[in-house]
Design a protein around this ligand. Structure first.
Ligand code: PLP
Length: 410
């Protein structure tokens, strides 16, 4: 296994933690250590680990059979749950991952508009695919008009001609770039990054207004941000995108992705009559384990759960502010929904360029130090909350952060 792990993001220097099992808000490693989990499976485990409503339905699904290669009635149930929560979503198509969902959303946007360009924001990650993996890890060119460059070697040459990079939080430049390319631009992909970048909700409203005016589709990537409220980031912002890319929590811990949107757009995937020219498939897409776990998760995610997570996040921020101030290190702290983020920088973090100026090395050392006192977090992700957590867990984390920072001085 390259780096000794099955997935690049699972490697954690100097060595990854190997997990034996997980329950509630705890991970247990193979040496028997317990960690309060503030990473929550890359944000996907909003109900924590092994929530009874999800494990119960998964056991029941095993008894029904492993894979059918035909639809189940779960499809209708989960589609209804999503369309009820997201007024912008009239039709849904499932995929196996957020990566596949964003790849297919790009195809849908290009097929419907018959235009070639996709715009995305510098620093935004929409999955590991050649349609959108540009300027995710790096910056290139001027901040107000970045150059498009592929993130990885091995991506087809020329792909960058189909992608335009936008600067987060810079309305004037975004408007200029969109006006310049409007006739050839199919869609703008946008992840509001709640709790990751300091971004007013009004920026999403601005994007809706300008894309509507210019006849460009707006695609919200809610793979992570859907956890920020009952109706996702779009609900918080009061914006209806044309397409929404989903993943993570909508699979209840099973592999998942989904695309949702207006019927007039999504129907390009309907080949039951005259072929539309775009077909999407996936052997395991919409499998009954994913749908059942996702449905149980969505049903358990009541407005009360979101209120609980908000209360915990507010308390965590208050306590972190105290310990970080005591430590004397420059910091910028913010959060939204169930994500709380600390940057070791005295500047607000509004773009990936601001984030790159923060002391990432120090955050990595904090994450490692937290591991030694029983808290699991991930570099570059902030602190992710889950429903089984209580005041004691978030107070414990803040206290542990203080302890680790004091230890770094000595
Ligand atoms: C915002 C965003 N979009 C898309 C993806 C890709 O999802 P997946 O890892 O399920 O392929 C991710 C994954 O972390 C993500 O954070």
């Amino acid at each position: 296994m390259p780096a000794g792990v099955m997935k690049g993001a699972h490697f954690m220097p100097p060595n990854p933690l190997y997990i034996d099992h997980a329950e509630g808000c705890y991970l247990f490693d193979i040496d028997g250590n317990r960690y309060t989990d503030f990473a929550n499976h890359h944000t996907a485990a909003i109900l924590g680990h092994s929530p009874p409503e999800v494990t119960k339905t998964l056991h029941a699904q095993v008894d029904r059979g492993i894979a059918f290669g035909a639809p189940t009635t779960l499809e209708k149930e989960i589609a209804e749950e999503l369309t009820n929560r997201l007024p912008s979503v009239e039709k849904v198509r499932y995929t196996n991952s957020g990566t596949e969902a964003s790849l297919n959303a790009a195809r849908v946007a290009r097929a419907v508009t018959k235009k070639p360009l996709i715009a995305k924001f510098e620093g935004a990650y929409h999955g590991s695919n050649d349609a959108v993996e540009f300027n995710t890890q790096h910056t290139s060119g001027p901040a107000e008009a970045p150059n498009t460059t592929a993130t990885w070697d091995g991506m087809p040459e020329g792909g960058e001609k189909n992608v335009v990079i936008l600067p987060y939080n810079d309305r004037e430049s975004v408007e200029l770039i969109l006006r310049q390319h409007k006739d050839r631009m199919a869609a703008v992909f946008f992840d509001g990054r709640p709790g990751w970048y300091d971004m007013p909700l009004d920026f999403a409203r601005f994007l809706r207004k300008i894309t509507e005016e210019l006849g460009i589709l707006l695609v919200f990537d809610e793979v992570i941000s859907f956890r920020s409220s009952y109706s996702g980031y779009q609900g918080l912002a009061g914006v209806q995108p044309d397409l929404t890319v989903l993943g993570k929590i909508v699979g209840g811990g099973m592999p998942v992705g989904a695309i949702g949107g207006k019927a007039s757009i999504m129907d390009v995937l309907d080949n039951s009559g005259t072929p539309t020219g775009l077909y999407h498939s996936g052997t395991f897409a919409g499998n009954h384990f994913t749908l059942a776990a996702g449905l149980a998760t969505l049903k358990a995610l009541t407005p009360e759960v979101y209120a609980h997570l908000e209360r915990l996040a507010t308390r965590l921020k208050e306590n972190l502010r105290i310990v970080l101030t005591d430590s004397g290190v420059p910091f910028h702290l913010f959060g939204q929904g169930s994500t709380v983020r600390v940057y070791f920088s005295d500047k607000p973090v509004r773009t990936n360029r601001d984030a790159a100026q923060a002391d990432g090395e120090m955050f990595s050392r904090l994450v490692l130090g937290l591991l030694t006192v029983g808290y699991y977090a991930r570099d570059g992700m902030g602190f992710i909350l889950s429903n089984p957590m209580t005041v004691e867990h978030v107070d414990g984390l803040a206290e542990a952060v203080g302890k680790v920072l004091r230890g770094m001085d000595s």
